[in-house]
Ligand binder design. Structure first.
Ligand SMILES: *[C@@H]1O[C@H](CO)[C@@H](O)[C@H](O)[C@H]1NC(C)=O
Ligand SMILES: *[C@@H]1O[C@H](CO)[C@@H](O)[C@H](O)[C@H]1NC(C)=O
Ligand SMILES: *[C@@H]1O[C@H](CO)[C@@H](O)[C@H](O)[C@H]1NC(C)=O
Ligand SMILES: *[C@@H]1O[C@H](CO)[C@@H](O)[C@H](O)[C@H]1NC(C)=O
Ligand SMILES: *[C@@H]1O[C@H](CO)[C@@H](O)[C@H](O)[C@H]1NC(C)=O
Ligand SMILES: *[C@@H]1O[C@H](CO)[C@@H](O)[C@H](O)[C@H]1NC(C)=O
Ligand SMILES: *[C@@H]1O[C@H](CO)[C@@H](O)[C@H](O)[C@H]1NC(C)=O
Ligand SMILES: *[C@@H]1O[C@H](CO)[C@@H](O)[C@H](O)[C@H]1NC(C)=O
Ligand SMILES: *[C@@H]1O[C@H](CO)[C@@H](O)[C@H](O)[C@H]1NC(C)=O
Ligand SMILES: *[C@@H]1O[C@H](CO)[C@@H](O)[C@H](O)[C@H]1NC(C)=O
Ligand SMILES: *[C@@H]1O[C@H](CO)[C@@H](O)[C@H](O)[C@H]1NC(C)=O
Ligand SMILES: *[C@@H]1O[C@H](CO)[C@@H](O)[C@H](O)[C@H]1NC(C)=O
Length: 845
C-alpha cells in the first residue's frame, strides 16, 4: 500500500511539473506554419489590408473536388469586404482539401455573402459545412439571417496531413462560399483542460473538441481587426453587451506599457486589448457595491469556454484592486487580487472557465464587482472571449453528426471514405496531455447517455479516470482536490533559482523544516521571493510538495501566501513564493527584539488571518481545512498584512453529506483541537480551535505550550480560558498592552477566543463569525481611540498576579498517525526570523 502510494505521488509530481514545464515554454513571435487565405471562385488574388487571398484555382496545396457542378459567381456591386466579391457556387457536396504541414490547432474561418445579380438565388441557398470530424454549420441560410455577411471562426485540431472541408447544399439546391481561411496557431493558445464552473473541478480533453468563437470583446476599446492581431483575430467593443451602460467607464493606457510575462504572450491577446478596460462607473457613490455585467446571448444547448482577460492599468499602486468575477452567477474568481498574483501593474493575466450546457438560460452573463473587503470599490475587465464547444454529436450547430449529414445529402457512397477515416481516428486510444493516468477512450459514434461531457473525465484529478477505466484510489487521500488548470505560476530554471538565491547562500537562509530549507532570493527584476527547496529524498516531502502545489494553485486570496512559481529541473523540487518581509507573526510576539505590536495591529493581523481561513473554509466549492494554524504559519508582509502559509498538511473538508473527515491526527501540540485528537475526526472547527489558541497567544505573547511554567500555566488554552472565565483576561495579557487597549474591544476579543476554544466543535463559531467578531472588536478600538476615550474600567484589575515569563521556547510537537514524536523544531524557527516556518520535524513526517 505504501509503495503504491509513493508511486502515485511520484507520478503526480511528474505530471504536475511536466505540465507546468510545457506551459512554461514561451512561444516567440509566431508565424503560422499553415496559412491559407482562399478567395473562392475568384479569378485573381485579392489583396486588402495587407493580406492576400489567393484564388482557389491558383493555390496548388488546396484541391477542390465537387460531386456536382461548381460555378463561379462574381459581382461588381459594392460588397462589405473585397474578398466577398466572388463566390463558388455548387449543386452538390464539394470538398476543399488543404495540405497540412503541421498537425494541431488550426483556425478555420468561413466567409459567406449572398451576392446579388449573379444569376443564382444565393439568399435562399442553404449550406452545411463539415470537416472529417466536426459539423461547423448546419443548414445555414441567409433567408433567416439578419447580418449582411457571415464570418464564422472555428478552432479545430487537425490530426492528419490534410484537412477536408465539405460544403453540402441542403435540399439538393445550391450552396456557396466566398472565402476560407485555414491558419495554424500556437497549440498553447488553448489548453487541454479548464476549470468547470459548476463543479470547480478541471475538465480535460479539450484538445479533442472543436470550438467556435462566439464573442471576442475588447473591453472599453476600439475594434481590433485581423491586421492588428498576430493571430488574425477580430476583437470588438463590448458596449452593446453591457447590462447597464452607466455602470462602466472605459479607461485606456498606452499599449507600450503592457508587460507580458512568462507564457503569456501577445498571442493570447494583443497589447491593445490589455491597454483598454471597462472599470466601474461612479465608483465614488456611497453604495459602491454593484457589479458591471455583460449579457451575451448564446445557444443554451451548448457548453462554452469563457476566457477572461485582466491587466491592471487602473491602479496607481499595488495591492489596491481586489474584486470578484462571476459567470452566470457562479463565483468564478473570488477576491481576485492581480497585484499579489503578478506582483506588478500593467501585466496581463487570463483565466479559462467552462460553463455547461445545462445552464438553462439563453444568455451568458459575466459580472465583475468589488470585493466587500477591498479598500477600493473598483473592478476591471480588459477582454472577454466566449467559445462554443462541440457537443457529443461533434457538432457546433445542431445535433446531427457528420456522417448523418453526408448521408442525407448524397444517398450513399463516396463519403464512405470519409466516415471510415473518422471512425478510425475514433478508435484510437489517446494520451491526454502528459497525464499518464488519464487514458481516455474516445467515444464511438453512438450517442452518449445525455451527458454532454461524457467524452471527458469529470474531474481532471490525476487519480480519477474516466468511465470504463479502473483505478484504485487510496481512501483518505485528498482525492477531491484536483489539479486546477495549468496555472501553476511561472516556471523557473534551476539556473534562475541559483542566481536568485546566490547559489543557496547560507546567509540568505530563512528557515529549515520538514520539507527542506527556505531561502530569501531576488529575481532578476528585483522582486524579492522566498525559495523553498525540497529535499528529494524525503518521501513525505514529496507528499507535502504535492499538497502545497495542489492547494496553492487552486487558491488565490489576499490573505493566503501566493505561489509565484516553481522549478523541477535536475530532480529539484523548488517552490517560489511571494516574500513576506516581516516574517512570521510569532517573532513579533516573543522570542525576538522586534518592537511590540499595537493592539490595533494585532487585531488587524488576526482579522487578516481569519479572512484567509474563512476563504479556505468557504471560498472554494469544497472547503479546505488547514490543519496547522499557528503563529508561525501566519506571515506578515511589509505592510503587516497577514497571510496564511504552509498548506502542506491541508486537507479537503467533508463533503456536503458528511460532517467530518476521518484522518490520522496531524498538527502541532498546543494548537490541536482536543475533539479532533480524541475522535480523529477533522472538521473546519478544528482550525477554529487552533485559531483560538492563536488569539490567546497574540494577546498574552507567550507560546502555546511552555513546559517550564507551573503546571496549570503550561497550556495557554487552559490557562487563558481560566482567566477569561473569571473576566480577568487583562491580568495575563502582554504588559505592553496594559493601558493601551479599549476594554470593550478586549472584552469582545476575549469572548471570541473563548468561543473558539470551546471543547466541542459544535459550540465553536464558524470562521465567518470569528471574523465578524474581530472586526467588531477592531471597530470598538477604533471608535474609542478616535474619541480619545480613556475608558478602561469594564474589567477589573487585580494587582499581584505575576506576568507570564516570556520564554522564547515552544514545545510544538507533531503527531504522526496517532503516535507522537517530540521535536523542538519550532524553537529554532522562533529564534531565527524564519519566513517559512515548518510545521513539524522531518523525522516526524
Ligand atoms: C496569386 O498568389 C499566388 C501565391 O501568392 C501566386 O502563386 C499566383 O501567381 C497569384 N496569382 C495571380 C493571378 O496573381
Ligand atoms: C457591372 O457588371 C455588369 C454586368 O455584369 C455591367 O453591365 C456593369 O457595367 C458593371 N458595372 C461596373 C461599374 O463595372
Ligand atoms: C428547401 O426546398 C423547399 C422547396 O423546394 C423550399 O421551400 C425551402 O425553402 C428550401 N429550404 C432551404 C433551406 O433552402
Ligand atoms: C433547413 O432550414 C430550413 C429553413 O431555413 C428548414 O425549412 C428545413 O427544414 C431545414 N432542413 C433541415 C434538414 O433541417
Ligand atoms: C433577426 O430577424 C428576426 C426575424 O427574421 C427577428 O425576429 C430578430 O429579432 C432579428 N434579430 C436581430 C438581432 O435583429
Ligand atoms: C490534437 O489532438 C491530438 C490527438 O487527439 C493530441 O495528441 C494533440 O495534443 C492535440 N493538439 C492540441 C493542440 O490540442
Ligand atoms: C470611451 O468613453 C468615451 C466617453 O464615454 C467615449 O466617447 C468613447 O467612445 C469610449 N471609447 C471607446 C473605445 O469605447
Ligand atoms: C492597427 O495597426 C495600424 C498599423 O499597422 C495602426 O496604425 C493602428 O493604430 C492599429 N490599430 C489599433 C487599434 O491598434
Ligand atoms: C447604451 O449604449 C448603447 C451603445 O452605445 C446605446 O445604443 C444605448 O442606447 C445605450 N443605452 C442607454 C440606456 O444609455
Ligand atoms: C454581483 O453578481 C453576482 C452574480 O450575479 C451576485 O451574486 C452578487 O450579489 C452581485 N453583487 C452585487 C453587489 O450586486
Ligand atoms: C450528388 O452526388 C451524389 C454522389 O455523386 C449523387 O448520388 C447525387 O445524385 C448528386 N446529387 C445531385 C443533386 O447532383
Ligand atoms: C466605566 O466608566 C464609565 C464612565 O467612563 C462609567 O459610566 C461606568 O459605570 C464604568 N463601568 C464600570 C464597570 O466601572
Amino acid at each position: 500500500m505504501r509503495d503504491m502510494d509513493r508511486i502515485l505521488v511520484l507520478k503526480w509530481v511528474f505530471m504536475v511539473l511536466g505540465c507546468g514545464f510545457f506551459v512554461g515554454v514561451s512561444f516567440a513571435a509566431y508565424t503560422p506554419v499553415d496559412r491559407y487565405l482562399i478567395a473562392c471562385g475568384s479569378s485573381k488574388n485579392v489583396t486588402f489590408s495587407s493580406q492576400t487571398y489567393v484564388s482557389d484555382s491558383a493555390e496548388s496545396s488546396v484541391t477542390l473536388k465537387s460531386q456536382g457542378n461548381s460555378f463561379v459567381a462574381s459581382s461588381n456591386s459594392s460588397v462589405p469586404l473585397p474578398v466577398l466579391q466572388s463566390a463558388r457556387v455548387f449543386t452538390n457536396t464539394t470538398y476543399y482539401k488543404f495540405d497540412i504541414k503541421e498537425e494541431g490547432r488550426h483556425w478555420v474561418r468561413l466567409y459567406l455573402y449572398p451576392l446579388s445579380n449573379t444569376g443564382h438565388d444565393l439568399k435562399s441557398a442553404s449550406v452545411t459545412v463539415v470537416t472529417e470530424d466536426f459539423v461547423l454549420l448546419n443548414n445555414f441560410s441567409f433567408s433567416d439571417y439578419n447580418g449582411t455577411y457571415l464570418m464564422r471562426e472555428f478552432l479545430i485540431n487537425v490530426t492528419a496531413d490534410t484537412l477536408s472541408i465539405a460544403f453540402i447544399p441542403s435540399n439538393n439546391s445550391i450552396g456557396f462560399v466566398n472565402a476560407i481561411e485555414v491558419v495554424s496557431l500556437p497549440n498553447e493558445l488553448l489548453p487541454d483542460q479548464a476549470q468547470a464552473l459548476s463543479s470547480f473541478a478541471p475538465i480535460s480533453g479539450l484538445s479533442e473538441l472543436a470550438f467556435e468563437t462566439v464573442y471576442r470583446l475588447n473591453m472599453g476599446g476600439p475594434l481590433i481587426t485581423a491586421q492588428n492581431d498576430t493571430l488574425g483575430r477580430t476583437w470588438v467593443n463590448d458596449e452593446k453587451y453591457l447590462h447597464v451602460n452607466s455602470s462602466a467607464v472605459n479607461i485606456s493606457a498606452s499599449p507600450a506599457i503592457i508587460e507580458y510575462r512568462d507564457a503569456l504572450t501577445p498571442e493570447i491577446a494583443p497589447n491593445s486589448v490589455y491597454a483598454t478596460a471597462e472599470t466601474m462607473g461612479d465608483s465614488n457613490v456611497a453604495d459602491s457595491n454593484f457589479n458591471m455585467t455583460w449579457v451575451l446571448p448564446v445557444d443554451p444547448e451548448f457548453s462554452y469556454l469563457v476566457r477572461v482577460h485582466f491587466c491592471d492599468i487602473y491602479s496607481k499602486s499595488l495591492n489596491t484592486l481586489v474584486f470578484t468575477v462571476y459567470i452566470n452567477s457562479y463565483i468564478a474568481l473570488p477576491s481576485l487580487d492581480l497585484s499579489s498574483l503578478l506582483g506588478k501593474l500593467n501585466t496581463p493575466y487570463y483565466k479559462d472557465f467552462i460553463i455547461n450546457s445545462s445552464a438553462n438560460s439563453d444568455t451568458l452573463t459575466v459580472s465583475v464587482g468589488p470585493d466587500p473587503s477591498a479598500e477600493l470599490a473598483a473592478a476591471i475587465l480588459n477582454g472577454l472571449e466566449v467559445m462554443k464547444i462541440s457537443n457529443e454529436a461533434k457538432s457546433l450547430d445542431g445535433h446531427d453528426a457528420v456522417a448523418n449529414l453526408l448521408l442525407k445529402s448524397s444517398k450513399k457512397k463516396k463519403i464512405g471514405l470519409i466516415v471510415g477515416c473518422a471512425a478510425g481516428a475514433s478508435a484510437a486510444l489517446l494520451l491526454i496531455g502528459l497525464c499518464y493516468c488519464c487514458l481516455l477512450t474516445r467515444q464511438s459514434k453512438t450517442p452518449n447517455q445525455g451527458n454532454s461531457w461524457l467524452p471527458l473525465p469529470l474531474y481532471g484529478n490525476s487519480l480519477t479516470l474516466t468511465k470504463g477505466s479502473t483505478v484504485s484510489q487510496k481512501s483518505g487521500t485528498a482525492s477531491c482536490i484536483s489539479l486546477a488548470s495549468s496555472n501553476l505560476g511561472r516556471f523557473f530554471t534551476f539556473q534562475e533559482i541559483m542566481e536568485a538565491t546566490n547559489k543557496f547562500d547560507e546567509s540568505s537562509l530563512l528557515g529549515v523544516g520538514g520539507f527542506g530549507r527556505v531561502y530569501q532570493g531576488t529575481l532578476e527584476d528585483g522582486t524579492k521571493v522566498a525559495v523553498k527547496r525540497g529535499n528529494p529524498r524525503s518521501e513525505q516531502g514529496l507528499a507535502e510538495f504535492r499538497t502545497e502545489i495542489e492547494m496553492l494553485s487552486k487558491l488565490r486570496h489576499r490573505h493566503l501566501v501566493s505561489l509565484i512559481g516553481y522549478c523541477d529541473e535536475r530532480s529539484e523540487m523548488v517552490l517560489v513564493y511571494e516574500y513576506m518581509a516581516n516574517g512570521p507573526l510569532r517573532s513579533h510576539l516573543y522570542g525576538s527584539d522586534l518592537p511590540p505590536l499595537s493592539w490595533k495591529q494585532r487585531l488587524e493581523i488576526c482579522i487578516g488571518a481569519a479572512r484567509g481561513l474563512h476563504y479556505l473554509h468557504t471560498g472554494a466549492a469544497q472547503s479546505i481545512i488547514h490543519r496547522d494554524v499557528k503563529t508561525t504559519n501566519i506571515l506578515l508582509d511589509e505592510n503587516f498584512v497577514a497571510k496564511v502559509a504552509d498548506f502542506g498538511l491541508s486537507k479537503a473538508g467533508p463533503a456536503l453529506d458528511q460532517t467530518h473527515v476521518s484522518t490520522a491526527v496531524k498538527g502541532s501540540f498546543g494548537y490541536l483541537d482536543p475533539e479532533y485528537f480524541r475522535r480523529q475526526q477533522l472538521t473546519e472547527k478544528s482550525d477554529v480551535y487552533s485559531f483560538g489558541v492563536v488569539l490567546m497567544e497574540v494577546l498574552c505573547t507567550r507560546p502555546a505550550l511552555n513546559p517550564v511554567l507551573p503546571r496549570e500555566q503550561v497550556n495557554i488554552a487552559e490557562w487563558a480560558m481560566a482567566w477569561q472565565k473569571k473576566g480577568m483576561l487583562d491580568e495575563i495579557m502582554d504588559k505592553n498592552l496594559v493601558g493601551n487597549v479599549n476594554s470593550a474591544s478586549l472584552k469582545k476579543y476575549g469572548e471570541t477566543a473563548e468561543k473558539c476554544l470551546a471543547d466541542y466543535g459544535v459550540d465553536r463559531p464558524s470562521m465567518g463569525d470569528v471574523l465578524w467578531n474581530l472586526e467588531y472588536a477592531l471597530q470598538l478600538e477604533e471608535t474609542s481611540s478616535a474619541l480619545m476615550e480613556p475608558e478602561d474600567n469594564s474589567t477589573n484589575h487585580i494587582p499581584g498576579i505575576p506576568m507570564t515569563p516570556l520564554e522564547p521556547f515552544d514545545n510544538s510537537v507533531s503527531m504522526i498517525e496517532g503516535r507522537n514524536s517530540g521535536t523542538d523544531d519550532d524553537a529554532e524557527d522562533g529564534a531565527t526570523s524564519a519566513v517559512f516556518s515548518q510545521l513539524v520535524n522531518p523525522r516526524g513526517r
